[in-house]
Design a protein around this ligand. Sequence first.
Ligand SMILES: [Fe+2]
Length: 393
Amino acid sequence: MGSVEMSSAPSFTVTPLTKTANEKHNFGAVIEDVDLENISDSNVKALADAIWTHKVVIVKGQQKLSPIKQWELVTRFDPEAPLVHSHGDLKTFNKQGGLLSRGRDVYGVPGAENVRLIGKGHQGEDHFGLKNTTINKELAHLWHNDKLPDEDFEAGHTRFQRWHIDAPLYARDPAWFTTLRCFKRPTKPEVTIHWDDGSGLTMKSEPGLTAFFSNVQTYELMTEEERKIADHSWVEYAPHPYQWMGECKSNPTGLGLVSQGKEKTLEDLSPYDEKSVKRYPMVWVNPVTGEKAFMVHGICVRRVFMRSSPTDEPEVVEDLVRIREWLAKIQERVLKPEYIMLPQVVEGDIVMWANYQMFHTAVDYPDHWGARTMHQANIGASLGPVGPVPIPV
Ligand SMILES: [Fe+2]
């Protein structure tokens, strides 16, 4: 247990990130003067509140943190949650993870298996007991339907991999937060992220970073009519959703699938339990700020239940082309450089985000620019997303 404190005021500092006049994203803060190796219960609560409030926080100066303490922090954020990573144990994940586990190695850190080593390249002679480990993964944009030529990629032309929330969307509820600790990444040269969708949009970034946009802002950009539907409607995710869409390809922006009829039939999936199929509201309410976020993980949606008031009979939509077109119209509005932010994490930083409010994605860089080493941990939540109005389940 943490130390007893007389006040619930945090003893660390929270500094909202500054932005230029052209930037419209409204999230992000830097947290300093906290030692996560030895953090009190009241500071854990204050840190959780800061994540809900700022959506993405960069906790500085955690070079000495032991891996098990990252996992302990994650469990203390949600003490009622079962003690397992949101994607389950490694064996299950590697067997049933579909798109998420294919084409890459996923390691647990010895002694703290729920902390996942992610990145690429050689991880050093002894990384917390992992000896001379090299992480092999396929290039992030191989998932895109229209191919990025290798020579363009080698010249620093890259893309967003896959905009997503960290969520199994089957059996366990998504983690409230994800924590991602940076050990190592190349810091130069810059990559140029291209939309490659005909818009001509690009943005520059250091390599090895994670990109974010806020679905609170997505909600703010919706029309009154769209919000009325979103507030009262819900989606049903496929059973084993990443198997179901495991053969599908994405748009070049990494947001949304190309509809080619490659989804598996329910009979082709691993055995599943109807009770574990997830139906979630389209809008998720922030428990600390009350903000609404449009949180639909479109690539895994199998059916949508649409209505515009609590008493409407919902229209059940199973036409994936129609569902995806409706989602794209809304979600692509926020997919603009001015709403996207890539926190500049360095060794010792841990970025933590409100997974119930944000979309995030990796951005790949050429292997020979250097290795990347990160520790990721989150926990399947004790309470799933809550919408503005109850949905029948
Ligand atoms: Fe992720």
